[in-house]
Ligand binder design. Structure first.
Ligand code: WT7
Length: 619
């Protein structure tokens, strides 16, 4: 029997019952938490009725804040930026909502959004939320094949994209062309809506494709928000797991909105009038929770940025902070490492006095970049919130609270109020001892928790509720130190974290295996100076095929084609065989040591063929 702390459950009920009121409900909930981890069932505020887009826009206007700036869009071009007020956002969202209805997008239909960081992407997400359609945003750097798989998995009826993407010196990322390559294989797509971002010419298929401008033209600027049940789906976002097929993480409306609103306010100490900037892309959960739903539900004013940190030079982030007087800045350790390497002269060119709170997300932040962030960017004046969370958790679970939590560089510090983590050993016993690493689990549900894997509820149960029955299994290792601080040690499954992006080893192995001449591949992560983890691939070739630069290039091209350029391995080593147990399981532990240049390979007695070690060591 699982011994649960009944006290925590009671605290959680009371806490979220109150906190749920921070958003507007058309019909107030009477039920709070009806989740049951043993059954893989998550349910919050189940009799409440609301609309996410109403909460993110209308209610601020009704309070007299229609003229407040919602978005400060900073384009890739430093000379071009544009402000969008809450009223303008409402006009655009309503027009787009009406247009979606006109092409027969209904409540519950899936809509795929494949865009870069332009305001229309946010308008499209909120319009889906307004009419009850479920958005599935696919990161703009994903390949055509990755887009195809995601569209087909959730049977999207429409695709919203742009002609070209514009980032840094790349002025012509062919988004629409990428989509065209696969749309014949996506029978569920009826309409394709295309933003003209670049004025370059593209192919438009008559009857199917329509420019955004024409789509919204003549549409009324009002649209009644759909009455949504708290547990109606809000969006699907695909993320990698330990098998080859990405999981469609499904979040619902009420709990997710309460949770993102709560955490955005609490963790960033967001005060009315603050200028907030999160550098994430809307293609990831950070963009969903801390660019769209959290900040907008709180009526925030925020910068959204189309470009990259090194264009036109390595001072871009700091220049934008000065130009737009940013108070709260949220980014990833990998970006900090890359910028720190370029020296202090870049940030020192700009006045960063507006900054009040700094945040990081995606991976553990280590001492050098923490110090640099704190001293050079924050001028030893700004707390750093190291926020631990996951696509699945919907929002931040473990993080300091500015000016309340005493910081320890590299530690995400403590769970937020309302969150109950534990560290378990391999027998699922709670580790009470300080500094002893185990599996990080969460013992009680929280409103932002994912509800299911789209179309595969069994996978949801197997992945998150079977390893440590009665708990949510995070897949991360962690320990608690003698002062009660949480330290995250990284993934305990076959999932890599490259530049804060989650990449499944099985997915990369599959893509390498699709290259001509490849027999088998094993992919592992190794410590990488800038990206945190780098991708290291061990590859065996078909008999009669010799290693060559050409095959390496084929492998890289195959990964870029099937997943996207961000998943390309940085090291490819050809070997005569992979280290396997007698039952055929690849011994990744050995490969990891080889990739890290460790000489002691540990116990190799269970290897089926010990002679493979020689070829592995010949780099
Ligand atoms: C994994 C989740 C959460 C949005 C971005 C990534 C790692 C995340 C931290 C942190 C140490 C972290 C974990 C987690 N992670 N934040 N502050 N310290 N590790 O979302 O792609 O779902 O990845 O990122 O390993 O499980 P994601």
């Amino acid at each position: 029997m699982i011994q649960k702390n009944q006290n925590n459950l009671a605290i959680s009920q009371e806490f979220w019952k109150k906190e749920g009121k921070r958003i507007d409900w058309f019909t107030e909930y009477t039920k709070v938490n009806e989740s049951n981890f043993s059954q893989g069932h998550i349910e919050w505020f189940s009799d409440g009725i609301l609309n996410a887009s109403y909460n993110c826009i209308d209610r601020h206007i009704l309070q007299g804040n229609g003229n407040r700036t919602a978005l400060i869009w900073q384009s890739n071009d430093p000379a071009v930026s544009k402000k969008i007020s809450y009223q303008e956002l409402l006009d655009q969202v309503c027009a787009f909502s009406n247009a979606l209805k006109e092409i027969n997008i209904q409540k519950g239909d899936r809509v795929c959004i494949y865009m870069q960081m332009i305001p229309e992407a946010i308008v499209a997400m909120l319009a889906c939320a307004r009419i009850g359609a479920i958005h599935s945003v696919v990161f703009g750097a994903f390949s055509s094949t990755a887009l195809e798989n995601r569209i087909n998995d959730s049977q999207c009826k429409a695709l919203i994209t742009q002609d070209f993407g514009i980032r840094g010196l790349k002025l012509d990322i062919p988004m629409k062309d990428n989509a065209d390559k696969i749309l014949d294989n996506c029978p569920s797509i009826e309409k394709v809506i295309v933003v003209n971002r670049s004025n370059n010419s593209i192919n438009m298929q008559q009857g199917r494709d329509i420019f955004w401008h024409d789509f919204v033209m003549n549409q009324p600027r009002t649209c009644e928000p759909e009455k949504m049940n708290a547990e109606d789906p809000l969006f699907i976002l695909y993320t990698s797991g330990s098998t080859g097929k990405p999981k469609g993480v499904l979040h619902t409306t009420g709990g997710y909105l309460v949770y993102t609103s709560y955490t955005h306010q609490k963790v960033f100490d967001y005060q009315q009038g603050d200028i907030y900037w999160c550098t994430a892309d809307i293609g990831w959960i950070t963009g969903h929770s801390y660019i769209v739903y959290g900040p907008l539900s709180n009526g925030a004013t925020q910068v959204i940025f189309e470009g990259v940190p090194n264009y036109p030079d390595f001072g871009r982030f700091w220049q934008i902070i000065e130009q737009h007087q940013v108070n709260i800045f949220y980014t990833a350790p990998t970006a900090l490492r890359a910028l720190m390497k370029e020296g202090n002269s870049w940030p020192q060119r700009y006045n960063l006095d507006s900054l009040k709170v700094l945040g990081t997300v995606g991976e553990p932040i280590k001492s050098p970049e923490w110090r640099w962030y704190y001293e050079i960017i924050g001028q030893s004046n700004c707390p750093i919130v190291d926020t631990w969370w996951q696509t699945e958790t919907g929002g931040i679970l473990i993080s300091p609270i500015p000016h309340q939590t005493e910081l320890k560089p590299g530690s995400a510090t403590h769970p937020l109020p309302g969150i109950f983590p534990e560290i378990l050993d391999e027998n699922q016993k709670k580790i009470e001892e300080a500094n002893k690493t185990g599996f990080l689990v969460i013992t009680e549900s929280w409103p932002g928790q994912m509800r299911t894997v789209y179309g595969d509820h069994q996978r949801f149960i197997d992945t998150y509720f079977s390893q440590a029955p009665g708990n949510y299994f995070t897949g991360d290792g962690a320990y608690v130190d003698e002062d009660g601080y949480y330290w995250i040690t990284g993934r305990v499954d076959d999932v890599l974290n490259v530049s804060g992006h989650r990449i499944g080893t099985a997915e990369v192995e599959g893509a390498i295996g699709a290259a001509n001449g490849v027999a088998e591949a094993a992919v592992i992560g190794y410590n990488h100076e800038i990206t945190g983890e780098g991708i290291y691939a061990f590859v065996t070739l078909m008999t009669g095929i010799d290693p060559s630069e050409a095959i390496k290039n084929d492998i890289l091209a195959s990964v870029a084609k099937i997943i996207g350029p961000h998943a390309k391995p940085s090291v490819i080593q050809f070997v005569s065989g992979l280290p396997k147990t007698r039952s055929g399981k690849i011994m990744r532990r050995i490969l990891k040591k080889i990739a890290q240049n460790e000489s002691d390979l540990g116990d190799i007695s269970t290897l089926a063929d010990p002679s493979v070690i020689d070829s592995l060591l010949k780099k």
